[in-house]
Design a binder for this molecule. Structure first.
Ligand code: ADP
Ligand code: MG
Length: 365
């Protein structure tokens, strides 16, 4: 049997989530490349939920003192530059656990290119630096092993897709490049979303999934060499479908854990307002803003949720909404020259957070 304390911890977690709604927003500040934090970002030590962005405007006369404008934001949790991968995962491990309890779980990393999205989601292969995906996979397989002692049998199926310019690409594809199939999103009568011609790989161990992640990275870097910096301009979606049965107790559960490294959220530069870049930026802006709209609609329990307005939300339709739990990381870069993008990212995330908590607690000036 599960340890009573553990059961209580999980029950409490689920109750708290239901009370607060099923959407969380966390902010994570990347360290400066040289280490430390730049002075325009302030993180109060007494509070791990607030972040302040300070803009100093130099006075024109050069005599009167500079004026400072503060932008404050509140999130469910703010991680400073010293926060380790372990610390970040600790905060979401119960969320990941609930995927085994039958809840759909979606976790996104949002932010400009270079802000730490991939570091947060994947990290590097060294144990201490592993990110959310490998840690989540490890936890799920460990927990499933424990549950097996109580008669639970689980089946896991992994898939990994890239969305680039509103086109899907199978990151687990191993065939000839010239034979790459095209994909379409289909919704079955029981509201399950599937992608045509996609690799759905049955997996039964952590190592097997880590192998698939490596394969996905290879697939991504092949596309990357053909198109410089493509990965920052595409969304990558890792999904683990979980099916559990307990024959003895005659119960079943089914859920999906979905971990998404979003395309860079940076705004278009004038120099990019033409050609291929323009098309890419338009696709990215459209799908990121639609993601915000969908999450807000879900949080506000609106009757119409515009899932179909972008491939990303259409693909995730099965695991967003309903009983699902959603977490968004907003990753920010600390360099002063990222001020504008950082402010944009925090505004986007706090808009999501605002609808969730239903108050104007964020962005107090
Ligand atoms: P993104 O995916 O948002 O473009 P990356 O995750 O690739 O950004 O991060 C950019 C660089 O910063 C990488 O070299 C990454 O290793 C490093 N980095 C990001 N976040 C952290 C962090 N929290 N601690 C240490 N290094 C980080
Ligand atoms: Mg990245």
């Amino acid at each position: 049997e599960l340890h009573a304390g553990e059961m209580e911890r999980r029950r409490l977690h689920n109750t708290i989530q239901e009370l607060k709604g099923n959407i969380r927003v966390f902010c994570r500040v990347r360290p400066l490349v040289a280490g430390g934090l730049s002075k325009h970002i302030q993180l109060p030590v007494s509070d791990n939920k607030t972040i302040t962005l300070a803009k100093t405007e130099e006075s024109h006369t050069g005599k009167t003192s500079d004026t400072q404008k503060n932008y404050n934001f509140n999130f469910d949790r703010v991680f400073g530059p010293q926060a380790s991968q372990h610390e970040v995962f600790e905060e979401i491990s119960l969320l990941v656990q609930s995927a085994l309890d039958g809840y759909n779980v979606c976790c996104f990393a949002y932010g400009q290119t270079g802000s730490g999205k991939t570091y947060t989601m994947e990290g590097s292969e060294y144990d201490d630096y592993r990110g959310v995906i490998p840690r989540a996979v490890k936890q799920i397989f460990r927990a499933a092993e424990k549950l097996a002692a109580q008669g639970w049998e689980f089946t896991f199926t992994a898939s990994f897709v890239e969305i680039y310019n509103e086109t899907l690409r199978d990151l687990l594809y191993t065939g000839k490049a010239s034979k790459r199939p095209e994909h379409e999103i289909r919704k079955s009568t029981n509201n399950e979303v599937t992608i045509t011609n996609l690799t759905y790989q049955k997996v039964s161990s952590e190592d097997q999934v880590l192998g698939l992640i490596m394969l996905a990275n290879q697939n991504r870097s092949t596309a990357q060499t053909a198109q410089n910096d493509r990965s920052s301009r595409s969304h990558s979606v890792f999904q683990l479908d979980i099916e559990g049965v307990n024959i003895g107790r005659d119960v079943k559960c089914k859920s999906t854990l979905c971990l998404v490294d979003l395309a860079g959220s940076e705004r278009m530069l004038k120099s990019q307002s033409q050609g291929e870049r323009f098309k890419e930026m338009t696709a990215i802006n459209g799908s990121l803003s639609n993601l915000g709209i969908v999450i807000s609609a879900l949080a506000n329990k609106e009757s119409y949720v515009p899932y179909r307005n972008s491939k990303l939300t259409y693909l995730l339709q099965g695991c967003l909404g309903g009983n699902s739990k959603t977490l968004m990381f907003v990753n920010i870069a600390p360099e002063p020259d990222s001020f504008g993008e950082t402010l944009n990212s925090l505004r986007f995330a706090s808009k999501v957070n605002d609808c969730v908590i239903g108050t104007a607690s964020a962005n107090r000036k």
